[in-house]
Design a protein around this ligand. Structure first.
Ligand code: PEP
Ligand code: MG
Length: 324
């Protein structure tokens, strides 16, 4: 079985009928790259950086952040690494912030960063400094975007940091792609507009689901209502995929939905060809994507889009599993 895994991972990322896709890893620590590399992940689709923030005593200065990013980039050659700006707040607090009534609807992600310019600028400096040694390999991803105004403000700050570093003689990558997390319904519903302000979009189904269904992702009491395969979620993802295509902006999915092999097949069927997931599930997803044809995945996607309820989705998924 082990040998099977290894030979499977060396095979090309393409469906049974030859449509190419890309599988990347979601990681938080450099240690996770050994498994990502073993399973031939094509880079890091989501580098969560909250742990740097949470252990900020150890990351007081830009140099320490640079060392962290470098360690990730060195271990992922020649692939891209998508560094997500600190997504703190919501469930990811470290204690001394003011308690909020509804933290998931509160001061988190880009909302917090724009009000803590020193924190944001230090992270941007660290990312841009790192880019000098890894031209063309870094992408920046913005968490919890909900308005266009946030993107304007962030782009201004990125411009300032770039200028500072260039003045200091750093040879930075001036074309780092800037991507937006699609995890707030307003972004998915106005996907064309947001796509026109971004270099890529990454759908975060973990949060998108909680915001679309009004179900706190961490609340056990209502966890029966939290299901990323909800028909409403498929509708929104389809809108985003189409907007990406219209605007020639690549769309990927980095939420948990992508790590379910049948859901991953639906995503490919919707035209999303890049999926990022916890590295441990890469072989199981790849195996299913390689053994089915794109045409069948498109039909599967049609079905989930037409589904009314989660029971319908369950039926569609189990029929797909037992076909032939
Ligand atoms: C998401 O919301 O789907 C996501 C990938 O981000 P996180 O789980 O870190 O909130
Ligand atoms: Mg999220």
């Amino acid at each position: 079985r082990k040998a099977d895994f290894e030979s499977l991972c060396k095979k090309p990322n393409e469906t049974f009928d030859g449509k190419a896709f890309s599988l990347q890893a979601n990681i938080e620590f450099a240690e996770e790259l050994s498994i990502a590399n073993k399973y031939q992940a094509e880079g890091v689709g989501l580098l969560r950086t909250e742990s740097i923030y949470l252990s900020r005593k150890h990351f007081k200065n830009v140099d320490q952040q640079v060392a962290f990013y470098k360690s990730i980039l060195e271990l992922t050659t020649p692939h891209q690494v998508t560094i997500r700006l600190f997504d703190v707040g919501g469930d990811k607090f470290f204690g001394d912030e003011e308690k909020e009534q509804n933290p998931f609807l509160g001061w988190r992600g880009i909302r917090m960063l724009l009000e803590q310019p020193e924190l944001l600028k230090n992270q941007l400096r660290a990312i841009l400094e790192t880019s000098a040694d890894f031209m063309g390999r870094i992408r920046i991803l913005v968490p919890m975007v909900s308005t266009i105004d946030e993107i304007y403000k962030l782009k201004n700050i990125i411009g300032e940091v770039q200028k500072e570093l260039l003045n200091q003689g750093f040879d930075i990558d001036k074309n780092i792609p800037l991507g937006l997390m699609v995890e707030v319904p307003s972004v998915a519903l106005k996907a064309d507009l947001f796509a026109s302000h971004a270099d890529f979009l990454s759908v975060g189904t973990n949060d998108l689901t909680q915001y679309v269904l009004a179900v706190d992702r961490g609340n056990e009491r209502i966890s029966n209502l939290y299901d990323q395969r909800h028909p409403a979620i498929w509708r929104l993802i389809k809108e985003v995929a189409e907007a990406g295509e219209r605007n020639e902006v690549p769309v990927s999915v980095c939420g948990e939905l992508a790590s379910d092999p049948i859901a991953a097949s639906c995503l490919i069927g919707l035209g999303i060809d890049t999926l990022s997931m916890n590295a441990v599930v890469l072989p199981s997803v790849k195996q299913v994507l390689r053994s089915n044809s794109y045409i069948d995945m498109q039909q599967l996607a049609e079905k989930v889009l037409d589904a009314g309820t989660l029971d319908d989705i369950d039926n569609i998924f189990s029929n797909w599993e037992t076909k032939e």
